[in-house]
Design a protein. Structure first.
Length: 202
């Protein structure tokens, strides 16, 4: 009998499994390192970022819807033209925050910035002023959505506001959070001289 048949049934030597019922050992196809070689684990050379593409599409979708829904509000805006009491994108921003979490803030900021930037460009505003003012207004819109979503979750959790009492609470949350964007927007217009300070409280 060949010498390798005398080894233990479960013994493996250099990747070869010797069994008593076989005349030839079954060896792994993987190359076994020699004494001078180091064992290197097999790793993938492809770097996978599973959430990057999805979140980019989410941000672009939110920004697109934000800009589209901003158009009706700008049509009824008060002078100088981008201050309005009806702003549908605020509801879009809150909905996105409640559905997707705070990561939706990127899309909200992009939408608010581009909507205001387009307005300033169409009204021949200096580009530097347009970018700075648009960025400030967009920051206010994003923080407003953050605050509204935070207060909503603290008050109602994941539920829809129940009954008249719940609706009143939701209305209060919406009114308080809207002060954030209104303050940022009006202050930005005043600091950039797009609007005069005498109209700040109007």
């Amino acid at each position: 009998m060949a010498p390798f048949l005398n080894v233990n049934r479960q013994q493996q030597i250099d990747g070869c499994d010797f069994r008593l019922t076989e005349r030839r050992p079954r060896c792994s196809l993987a190359r076994q390192p020699s004494g001078s070689e180091e064992h290197r684990p097999v790793t993938s050379r492809i770097i996978v970022m599973p959430n990057f593409g999805k979140r980019t599409l989410e941000a672009l979708a939110i920004a697109t819807v934000y800009i589209v829904t901003a158009m009706p509000g700008l049509l009824i805006a008060i002078a100088p033209g981008n201050v309005t009491v009806v702003w549908p994108p605020s509801g879009i921003a809150l909905t996105a925050m409640l559905l997707l979490g705070f990561r939706a803030g990127v899309g909200v900021w992009m939408g608010a910035f581009l909507a205001n930037l387009l307005f300033f460009v169409f009204h021949n505003t200096l580009m530097t002023t347009a970018v700075i003012t648009g960025s400030s207004i967009a920051t206010g819109s994003m923080l407003q959505a953050f605050l509204a979503a935070f207060l909503y979750r603290r008050t109602f959790g994941a539920d829809i506001p129940p009954g008249l009492k719940g609706v009143l609470k939701f209305t209060t949350i919406a009114a308080l959070s809207c002060l954030v964007a209104a303050t940022f927007g009006t202050s930005s217009l005043a600091f950039s001289s797009t609007n005069v300070w005498t109209n700040y409280t109007d």
